[in-house]
Design a protein around this ligand. Structure first.
Ligand code: BGC
Length: 420
């Protein structure tokens, strides 16, 4: 009798379990991203841990290559072969591109349940939405226009801080060079040239010029004397990098500053993630300073878009991941490691360092001054074929003795062609 009871009870338990596992598929997400450097890997590991702690199964699909060009190539081929990853690191207008093609899943249920309209700043919401539907979630706000400097090397030529104008930048770099120190750590990859280029456009032209040239693609701005001066400055910077720059990854350039092999790097604050991952202390082992500009701030918001996938486990996985990403706790943990600041409103910066606090203060000042602008180099300002046209010219100029006049001519031509 007892035995029968037990068998019955067990039977009931088994069938209950079976029903439960049908009703609640294990949330699973294949995540395609390009976070493979030391600092980046630590940050993405925090996302994976959070997801797993909430019962998710994480399938990691990293594609090495700073700036994400290689990851985007893999994404295109995966989608073409009908095998889209569930969650993809995707940014800016590329989100709209994929949404237009009907490739993205909408996240409105989660958005409503979590009140995203109240916690995501409106300017970021518009990037995450397509025709009013949420199709992506923001992870952070990275700032692009930074100089990362080695204070010991600066001290060798009597400097106590990073330069505040481009003339000061050149004067300091000349001194460093004369002292046998590589002034600028740089990696020769198209997106890295573009990163430096856009900070010079912002600095020499000012926020309004940046908007006209790199967002509105205004022909007058593109062929202006100001743009020629930008290429002149790029030529100067070319003279400040070491001979081994071609092909170098950005994080290796950061390591040069860290190790005392070069004095400064112009790079977004993912570079801070590298310094921190190596145990370096801001203000002591390295200095963060904005590249010279009049209250400019070039923003780069990392985000994840959810591609259309089938299977309850995958759909549940996308929802769980999206919910966690926008969550307050995750926004703090992740951004402390990544070098960026939270994209969610109201996350206190108490645990963040002075560079992050400066980022936030400068962001607010830039918003007031009209200098809060999307990064062209990091896919926030233009669709890929348009930014690609600009980046090609910037790359060709840096790697040849092309004059600034010719660079400007080519820039206008390339943009016109790409617009058609
Ligand atoms: C991304 C960062 C990343 C950097 C280098 C940028 O485009 O927004 O998250 O760390 O590229 O890979």
């Amino acid at each position: 009798m007892n035995l029968r009871k037990t068998i019955l009870a067990t039977g009931v338990a088994f069938s209950a379990l079976a029903t439960a596992s049908f009703a609640h598929a294990e949330p699973t997400a294949e995540v395609l991203h390009w976070w493979t450097s030391g600092g980046e890997a630590k940050a993405v590991a925090a996302l994976k841990e959070d997801f797993e702690a909430h019962g998710g199964k994480w399938v990691d699909s990293p594609v090495a290559g700073g700036g994400g060009d290689a990851a985007m190539t893999v994404l295109r081929s995966r989608v073409l072969s009908g095998d889209a990853p569930a969650a993809v690191q995707l940014k800016g207008p590329a989100i709209q591109d994929w949404a237009e093609q009907g490739a993205l899943a909408d996240l409105n249920d989660v958005a409503e349940a979590e009140g995203w309209d109240k916690v995501i700043p409106p300017a970021i919401q518009s990037v995450m939405k397509y025709e009013g539907d949420y199709v992506a979630v923001p992870v952070n706000i990275h700032r692009v226009d930074w100089i990362w400097a080695n204070p010991e090397l600066l001290a060798k030529v009597g400097a106590t801080e990073a330069p505040k104008t481009w003339d000061e930048f050149n004067a300091l770099a000349d001194k460093l060079k004369a002292a046998g120190i590589t002034p600028v750590a740089h990696g020769g990859q198209p997106w890295q040239y573009a990163t430096v280029f856009e900070t010079v456009v912002l600095g020499l032209g000012g926020p309004e010029f940046y908007q006209q040239a790199l967002v509105d693609l205004d022909e007058d701005a593109l062929k202006s004397d100001t743009m020629k001066a930008v290429f002149d400055q790029m030529r100067k910077i070319r003279g400040y990098v070491d001979a081994d720059f071609p092909g170098r990854d950005w994080n290796l350039a950061t390591a040069m500053v860290m190790n005392g092999d070069a004095a400064m790097q112009i790079m977004g604050d993912w570079a801070k993630g590298e310094f921190l991952a190596a145990g370096k202390v801001p203000g002591k082992d390295f200095i963060c300073s904005a590249t010279p500009s009049e209250h400019g701030y070039l923003f780069n918001v990392d985000s994840f878009a959810m591609f259309n996938v089938s299977g309850d486990d995958k759909v549940e996985g996308q929802k769980l991941l999206a919910e966690l990403i926008v969550g307050e706790k995750f926004q703090e943990t992740f951004n402390l490691l990544k070098g960026s600041i939270p994209a969610r409103l109201g996350v206190a910066l108490d645990k963040f360092d002075d560079c992050a606090k400066k980022s936030e203060a400068d962001l607010l000042a830039a918003q007031d001054a009209g200098g809060f602008l999307p990064s062209m180099a990091h896919g926030m300002a233009l669709r890929g074929h348009l930014s690609g046209a600009i980046v090609d010219v910037v790359t060709a100029h840096f790697n040849s003795d092309m004059s600034s006049d010719e660079a400007v001519e080519r820039l206008v031509e390339a943009v016109e062609l790409a617009k058609d």
